[in-house]
Design a protein. Sequence first.
Length: 231
Amino acid sequence: MELLNFDDTGYGDELLAGVYITIRLALLSFLLALILGVVLGIVALARNRLLQAFWRTYASILMGVPSILVVFFLYFNAPSLLKSAFGLRVDVTPFVAGVAALAIVYAAYVGEVVRGAVLNIPRGQWDSAHALGLGKLPMWWLIILPQVWRISLPGITNVWMTTLKDTALVSLVGLTDLVRMADIAAAATQKPFLFYIVAGLVYVVFSGLTMLGSERIERWAYRGQKKSRGY
């Protein structure tokens, strides 16, 4: 266990630095995916044919292509594309490429979750809002959105957990995240079992905390409806 010491004799501090980068990457990617996904979910519900075509094309491509290919594409091609299209010289780091790629990919999944949540709201809720004479903005803000976020909680949680795990893919373009640091330590010490087990346990801990947090949030969101939820 000396190999995990937080000094010059171990790799504990390097692994901790990798954990910090992994958390930053996951949180920022998920936040951007959530924002973009809500917009896409609204677009998916639009009756405009062009918007519908855009949503179907976006979702089909981003849900069908492996995330690692999007990471590779942005990391290796984004600088040249930006330069040729806008004359901009941009240095795309592994972190920036990872955040952009994961946000773009998982925004499609968030959009599908939001779209499904809206479609699962009983028709009577819409009719009641119209009967009360509510305009579109008050109707969405007071009646529809509070139900949408409750219905979408399990799906959003799954997207977060998948985003967290897929941060490991960004190590393939040189990001020194948890997986990359574990790989470096394993190669230097010839102890791959130890370091990969440690990295795996960190992800398990994050997933466990996510499940506990999501259960508490869901219980709070469905307060007053416990019997119908089976609590």
